[in-house]
Design a protein around this ligand. Structure first.
Ligand SMILES: [Zn+2]
Length: 282
């Protein structure tokens, strides 16, 4: 049994576009903090996605246009450094999914910027949908039959829905996006989580977006406290473990200023993960 949590990180997944969103630069910051706090993690170099794998979820002309900087990325620019990072961010998510499947437990992709990317478009700081490229890559290779996406970012995963609808892929994905008008009552939400995870029993894997932007102080969010976000993560990990469903999680949104507050929420997700899977209360 693994005694550490694999974190699929490489510096090539980091970029720094001019943007309101700090997320593209987040992988490095988060990983450095987790290492400094002695969380039981192992840094593993991810496999970058191939263009063919991107085309499993996205329109071919969109993929080609973005990667060759003719079509604007999800940040609204055509920065080659952002384009270069995209195969690595999406690759990190797929690698984490494979890591979780291999151990039957948990793995981490310190990435954001997936769920507002639709089949032929990107917006809201999202260019390619690393959730759906992961699902469709794993299905194409026969590694899974069905995957659950539990999207606990504050916002509606409209890009994910668009890809599911465009490709008629509902039988391959169980998509729960809390941003789709889900109860903003913290207690009802937390109490509903075990039932949501139970609805994933026919899935081989859970992709979990542990968004930091539902925090009460987030300028784009506003209904869960720091403790409630920890409780959210703790319940998700506890239920996934109880049912034996492998889970790969990532960071998703978080926009508080100072940025330190966002990083603290991501630390807490790792803390909950370590506590549930390794009894580690670092
Ligand atoms: Zn968000």
């Amino acid at each position: 049994m693994n005694e550490t949590i694999p974190v699929f990180y490489d510096a090539r997944q980091v970029s720094q576009p001019v943007s309101f969103s700090p997320s593209a630069a987040k992988p490095r910051r988060v990983v450095e903090r987790w290492q400094a706090r002695w969380f039981p993690i192992d840094i593993v170099v991810p496999q970058p996605l191939t263009e063919a794998q991107l085309r499993l979820a996205h329109d071919a002309a969109y993929v080609d246009g973005v990667l060759n900087c003719r079509i604007a990325n999800g940040f609204g620019g055509k920065d080659p450094a952002v384009a270069a990072s995209l195969l690595w961010t999406t690759g990190s998510m797929l690698s984490a999914a494979r890591g979780a499947l291999a151990s039957g437990r948990v793995a981490v992709s310190p990435t954001s910027g997936f769920h507002h990317a639709g089949h032929a478009w990107g917006r809201g700081f999202c260019t390619f949908n690393g959730l759906m490229t992961t699902v469709l890559s794993l299905v194409a290779s026969g590694e899974v039959r069905k995957v659950a996406i539990l999207d606990c970012d504050e916002h509606f995963g409209d890009g994910t829905e668009d890809i599911i609808n465009t490709l008629d892929a509902r039988h391959l994905v169980r998509h729960v996006t809390v941003g789709a008008g889900y109860s903003r009552d913290p207690d009802r939400f937390l109490d509903a989580l075990p039932g949501i995870i139970e609805s994933f029993l026919d899935c081989d894997l859970i992709l979990y977006q542990a968004g930091a932007d539902p925090h009460v102080a987030d300028p784009l969010g506003g209904w869960l406290t720091t403790d409630q976000l920890f409780e959210r993560d703790y319940r998700v990990f506890t239920c996934a473990r109880r049912h034996g469903i492998p889970i790969a999680w990532n960071l998703a949104g978080g926009y508080q200023d100072p940025f330190e507050e966002v990083l603290r929420i991501h630390d807490n997700t790792m803390r909950a993960c370590a506590a549930v899977f390794f009894g580690d209360s670092t």
